[in-house]
Design a protein around this ligand. Structure first.
Ligand code: 0GY
Length: 306
């Protein structure tokens, strides 16, 4: 048996014993962005990975979802597993149809391999442009993948830094599949939510009918978690960004936990607080129902009842 690799120095483990949220997630809530890591002994990490995390298994993910009152999940392939999707598909298969997957694939993938991923519950691929996470893929390779997945009815999940949008926007707009953007396009929350950078992102969203994940306040926030134990108003500086996307595109927004929160260095969020962030950005019960249930059901389980 191979010796397990040690975690990246300073790696923060996911939060143990998260609090019970004050906000009650509506029946049928979907966590549209979460990951599994390994367990390493069963699903080794990819040699080309940029980090080595702690284990975060499908069983531990399911326990969090039970605790929060989440019914369904979309498991996004984590970069530490490269293009080996077996840990992710194992989690999706084990859900009995209550999870979907987002894969990482290489341009040479065969139609038979894609069909197998589809049968496992995969509904999209992720194109990642964060240089700290992946080596850059040539756009022609990404275009090849996009052409291969489009006939399956899959979509493309885009992960990029807001500063890179101007360079990438034309390419994104030319892709032949629906687009889903991670973490609100990673706005710099030092800039105003009604300023030119976020305006530009929302123009892109409107022009291409993009879906937006209103996720990762803990990753985007500069003000951070609450200073005082018991204070539930965390990540206040991210609120205007989430509110604006939800108000302008109530039918195209998705929510997720991002558990187990890879690569956070300052703090590890209490996932109970992340659920309590929801009503601060989706302020009406109609917005909450769309964000948490109706929109992800339409994208990932079309035609199915909650
Ligand atoms: C996220 C964000 C990050 C990492 C990954 O697949 C990944 O490694 O997605 C990040 O480091 O910003 O969505 O979990």
């Amino acid at each position: 048996m191979s010796v397990p690799s040690p975690r990246t120095p300073g790696w923060l483990n996911w939060y143990q014993n998260p609090s019970t949220p004050s906000f009650r997630l509506p029946r049928g809530t979907v966590d549209a962005h979460c990951h599994v890591f390994g367990p390493q002994a069963e699903f080794p990490f990819a040699p080309e990975r940029k980090y080595t995390p702690c284990d975060a298994s499908k069983t531990q993910l399911a326990a969090l979802h039970d605790h929060l009152g989440v019914s369904r999940a979309v498991v996004v392939q984590a970069t530490c597993h490269g293009a080996d999707n077996t840990a992710m598909t194992d989690a999706v298969r084990a859900s009995g149809g209550r999870a979907r997957g987002i894969a990482t694939v290489r341009p040479g993938i065969s139609d038979a391999e894609l069909r197998e991923l589809d049968a496992a519950g995969v509904r999209g691929v992720r194109f990642n442009f964060l240089r700290r996470l992946v080596d850059t893929s040539p756009k022609e390779d990404l275009r090849t993948i996009a052409k291969k997945i489009a006939p399956l009815g899959w979509h493309i999940v885009l992960y990029f830094e807001s500063a890179d949008l101007p360079e990438l926007e034309g390419f994104f707009g030319s892709l032949p599949a629906p687009l889903v953007v991670d973490h609100m396009g990673r706005p710099d929350v030092n800039h105003p939510a009604d300023g030119p950078e976020f305006d530009r992102f929302l123009r892109f969203v409107g022009a291409h009918d993009v879906w937006v994940k209103v996720t990762c306040p803990e990753r985007l926030s500069v003000t951070g978690p609450p200073a005082l134990h018991g204070e539930r108003h965390a990540y206040t500086d991210v609120v205007p960004f989430g509110r604006r996307v939800i108000e302008e595109f109530p039918d195209r927004v998705l929510w997720g936990t991002d558990w187990p929160h890879p690569n956070l260095t300052g703090h590890m969020p209490d996932d109970g607080l992340l659920a309590d962030f929801v009503p601060r950005v989706a302020v009406t019960s109609e917005q909450q129902q769309k964000l948490l249930v109706d929109n992800p059901m339409r994208l990932y389980w079309p035609g199915e009842d909650v």
